[in-house]
Write a protein of this length. Structure first.
Length: 116
């Protein structure tokens, strides 16, 4: 089993920035995909950003150009730099990883609140 610990959420004004971090530990063989998802009240969980082992990234249109995902394969960490935040970015953000042996793992979530 892989454990994920997230940090960096909080309250920020619209237009501000936050940086989320996630550290993976435990029974790690090789993490192929690392990513961030979010879930707002009453809505489904949605992909925010994803990065492969090779560093290829993809983002939905809603965050493209404002959010940047990065990872450190040696440390099994993934970060999400969020700039130009909007009130609609308010949600609980979840770290997600996919390991070749243990499969899919989720973090406990960290709250991001953007005030207008």
């Amino acid at each position: 089993q892989v454990q994920l610990v997230e940090s960096g959420g909080g309250l920020v004004q619209a237009g501000g920035s936050l940086r989320l971090s996630c550290a993976a530990s435990g029974n790690i063989v090789r993490i192929t995909i690392m990513g961030w998802y979010r879930q707002a009240p009453g809505k489904q969980r949605e992909l925010v950003a994803r990065i492969t082992e090779a560093g290829n990234t993809n983002y939905p249109a809603s965050v493209q150009g404002r959010f940047t995902i990065s990872r450190d394969n040696a440390k099994n960490t993934v970060n999400l730099q969020m700039n130009s935040l909007k009130p609609e970015d308010t949600a609980v953000y979840f770290c997600h990883v996919s390991d070749v042996y243990t499969g899919s793992s989720w973090g406990q979530g960290t709250q991001v609140t953007v005030s207008s």
